[in-house]
Design a protein around this ligand. Structure first.
Ligand SMILES: Nc1ncnc2c1ncn2[C@@H]1O[C@H](COP(=O)(O)OP(=O)(O)OP(=O)(O)O)[C@@H](O)[C@H]1O
Ligand SMILES: [Mg+2]
Length: 397
C-alpha cells in the first residue's frame, strides 16, 4: 500500500482507491499508475468502506468478484454514502448482465475489462478525477451562492422591519425622557421618602432606586439613540452607497464606557468583571460613533459569553487602548473558553456560530465595519486561555 498520512489528505492530490482481493493485481495497479496518481489499495470491500468513511476519495476502482462483500454491493453502499466519489469497475469477467445492471442503476461511470492497457486506464482515471474536481468545486460554488441568497433574504427582511422598528423606538425615547425628568427630581423625592411613614428597609430600598434613576435613564437614552442610528444605518443599506460615513469621526472613550455599561449585566451574570486600561484621553478616530459602538458591544458581548461558557468564577474582560503614530488600537481581551484553530478559521463567516442562540453575524459585521473605515481587525485565541480581538483605526484628520 502506498503510504499516506491524515495530514496529507488536505493538500495532497485527489485519492484513487483500488479494491482487489488478489495481491498481484494490487501491486501491478500501484506500480504502473503510482507515478501519475495518488493510490491507496485494499484487499476487500470492508476495508474500502473504512477508507471511504475516513478520507475524501475522488475515484473508487473495484474488482467485481471478491470473497465477502461483492464489488456490486460495495458500489451500492458507496453510491449511498459518498455520492460524489466517481465509481469504476475493473474486472476480468465480461459477464454482460452485471455490467448492464451496474450501468443502468448508475452504480458505475466506467467498466473496464482486464487485462487493461496502461495508457487507456491513465486517460480514464484523469477524466474521472477531473469530473470529481469539477463537481466538488461546483458544490462549493453552490454553497456560496446559497449563502449569498440567505444574506439577500435577510437583507430584504431587515428592510421590512426597519420601518416598523422606528415607531416603538420613538415611543421608548419619549418615555425615557419622562423618566429622566423624574430622575432630575431625585432630591425632592428623597425628601418626601425621608418623611413618608414607611418601614426603614423599604425606605432604604426606594432611596437606592431613586438614586439610580438618573444614571439608568441616561444609559437607556444612549442605548435608544444607538438603536435609532442603527435603524437609520439599515435604511442606508438599501440606498446607493454613501461615502459620507468615511468622513465621520468619533471620540472612542465615551463609546468604550457606554459599551461597558451596556454589557455590565451580561458580564456580571458571567461572574466576571470588566475594566478599561489605557490613556484618559484618546484622539478621535475615523469611524462613525454608531458603528464603533456596534463593534465594541459585539466584541464585549462575545467575551462575556466566552467567560460564561468557561464557567470559572472571577473571569475578566478588558478593553485596552493605546495610540501609535496616527492610529488608535483597541483590544477586547477575555480569559474565556478561547477558540481552537478549527473555530478560529471560520469566525467572521456570516452565520457561523457555536452558540445555540447565536446568529453568527456579530464578527462578520465587525469585520465589515472596521474594514470599510479603513481599519484593521485581528483575532488571537487559545482554547482554555482566552481571546484577544484587536481593532486598529486611523486617527481622524
Ligand atoms: N471572545 C470569544 N471567545 C471565544 N469564542 C468566541 C469569541 N468571540 C467569538 N467566538 C466564537 O465565534 C463565533 C462567532 O461569533 P459571532 O459574534 O460572529 O456570532 P455569535 O456570537 O455566535 O452570534 P451573534 O450573531 O449573536 O453575535 C461564536 O459562536 C463563538 O464560537
Ligand atoms: Mg457574537
Amino acid at each position: 500500500m502506498i503510504g499516506e498520512s491524515v495530514g496529507d489528505s488536505l493538500t495532497a492530490r485527489p485519492l484513487v482507491l483500488y479494491v482487489d482481493d488478489e495481491r498481484a493485481n494490487r501491486v501491478v495497479f500501484e506500480q504502473s499508475l503510482g507515478a501519475d496518481f495518488r493510490i491507496q489499495s485494499v484487499a476487500d470491500a470492508t476495508a474500502a468502506l473504512a477508507v471511504l468513511d475516513t478520507q475524501e476519495v475522488a475515484v473508487l476502482v473495484t474488482d467485481m468478484r471478491m470473497p465477502g462483500m461483492s464489488g456490486e454491493e460495495l458500489l451500492r453502499i458507496a453510491k449511498e454514502r459518498k455520492p460524489s466519489t466517481i465509481r469504476m469497475v475493473v474486472t476480468a469477467y465480461a459477464d454482460v448482465d452485471p455490467i448492464l445492471r451496474a450501468i443502468n442503476e448508475g452504480l458505475v461511470a466506467r467498466y473496464i475489462i482486464k487485462p487493461w492497457i496502461r495508457a487507456e486506464l491513465v486517460q480514464v482515471l484523469r477524466w474521472a478525477i477531473e469530473a470529481w474536481t469539477f463537481s466538488r468545486d461546483s458544490m462549493a460554488l453552490h454553497a456560496r451562492l446559497m449563502e449569498t441568497e440567505r444574506l439577500a433574504t435577510l437583507g430584504s427582511i431587515a428592510g421590512m422591519l426597519v420601518h416598523d422598528l422606528k415607531q416603538p423606538l420613538m415611543s421608548l425615547l419619549i418615555n425615557v425622557d419622562h423618566l429622566r425628568e423624574l430622575g432630575k427630581a431625585a432630591p425632592t423625592l428623597q425628601d418626601a421618602l425621608a418623611r413618608a411613614p414607611l418601614p426603614e428597609a423599604e425606605r432604604v430600598r426606594l432611596g437606592l432606586l431613586v438614586d439610580d434613576l438618573d444614571p439608568l435613564t441616561t444609559d437607556l437614552r444612549t442605548s435608544a439613540m444607538h438603536l435609532s442610528s442603527l435603524i437609520d444605518g439599515l435604511r442606508e443599506l438599501s440606498r446607493p452607497c454613501d461615502k459620507s460615513a468615511n468622513l465621520q469621526a468619533a471620540d472612542p472613550l465615551p463609546i468604550v464606557r457606554h459599551a461597558m455599561a451596556v454589557c455590565q449585566e451580561l458580564v456580571m451574570s458571567a461572574h466576571a468583571s470588566i475594566d478599561y486600561e489605557g490613556p484618559c484621553v484618546l484622539p478621535r478616530v475615523r469611524m462613525s460613533a454608531t458603528e464603533l459602538t456596534q463593534v465594541l458591544i459585539n466584541l464585549v458581548q462575545n467575551s462575556a459569553q466566552a467567560v460564561a461558557a468557561r464557567g470559572t468564577p472571577q473571569g475578566k474582560v478588558s478593553i485596552v487602548a493605546r495610540t501609535e503614530s496616527n492610529m488608535v488600537e483597541l483590544c477586547v481581551r477575555d480569559d474565556g473558553v478561547g477558540m481552537g484553530p478549527e473555530v478560529l478559521g471560520r469566525v467572521g463567516t456570516p452565520f457561523f456560530t457555536t452558540r445555540a442562540e447565536g446568529t453568527g453575524l456579530g464578527l462578520a459585521q465587525c469585520q465589515r465595519l472596521i474594514g470599510s473605515a479603513g481599519g484593521r481587525f485581528r483575532i488571537e485565541s487559545e482554547p482554555g486561555i482566552g481571546t484577544t480581538v484587536t481593532i486598529v483605526l486611523p486617527v481622524a484628520a
